[in-house]
Design a protein around this ligand. Structure first.
Ligand code: FNR
Length: 186
């Protein structure tokens, strides 16, 4: 069976570098199916409205995560940490605890920044949040993209750096192996 990987981008910016990197992923492995899982419509988390299916955009978001075999999150770093829009989305995917969309879900982490530290700090926070949710984050392997402005064609919105593509491909291959390993933990 063809595996389907959900792609979540932690930036709402139209010309997001992280979106460009995420868009390069489906071209790396044509044996996989991919589904974009957008965050833009999600309301701010509010426990008062978090009952039953919740608000319609939340229902659709959770359903999309349930549908896919694994999720790759491609996110920027804001103020040395996780962007609020992404944290908000992860919180929605963390409830109800026993049937949470991300619980037990294989997750890969990628981050891009024009800076030189590759989103290390935001990825640490994302990992910590995902561990609280009991998502199964790909261990050992990391994928940081520094100085991303030099590695993409911003006009055409494509990844142009071959070295980055090579590492990204390796990361996706490790993630696909991880989907089966993580499933075996059930
Ligand atoms: C940033 N940026 C940033 N970069 C980084 O490497 N570490 C950081 O702590 C921050 N902090 C930060 C805070 C805020 C509020 C903004 C708006 C930006 C810069 C950030 O990496 C840059 O804007 C990226 O282009 C954002 O990712 P997208 O939207 O291009 O995917």
């Amino acid at each position: 069976r063809t595996k389907t990987v959900g792609l979540i981008v932690g930036s709402l910016r139209e010309h997001s570098f992280n979106r460009i990197i995420a868009a390069a992923i489906p071209e790396l492995d044509t044996s996989l199916a991919f589904e974009w899982i957008p965050l833009a419509d999600l309301p701010l988390y509010n426990e008062d409205v978090d009952h039953g299916d919740g608000p319609e955009p939340v229902r659709r978001f959770r359903e999309a995560i349930n549908r896919v075999d694994g999720v790759i999150i491609v996110s920027p770093e804001y103020n040395s940490g996780i962007p609020g829009v992404l944290k908000n989305a992860l919180d929605w995917a963390s409830t109800p605890a026993k049937t949470a969309a991300l619980r037990g879900k294989p997750v890969g982490l990628v981050g891009a920044t024009p800076g030189v530290k590759g989103t290390i700090l935001s990825q640490q926070q994302i990992r910590q949040t995902l561990e609280a949710i009991q998502a199964r984050v790909l261990p050992f392997h990391k994928m940081y993209v520094s100085q991303v402005g030099d590695k993409v064609d911003a006009e055409r919105r494509t990844l142009t750096d071959d070295t980055t593509r090579k590492y990204l491909k390796r990361y996706v291959q490790q993630f696909i192996l991880w989907i089966d390993q993580a499933r075996a933990l059930d």
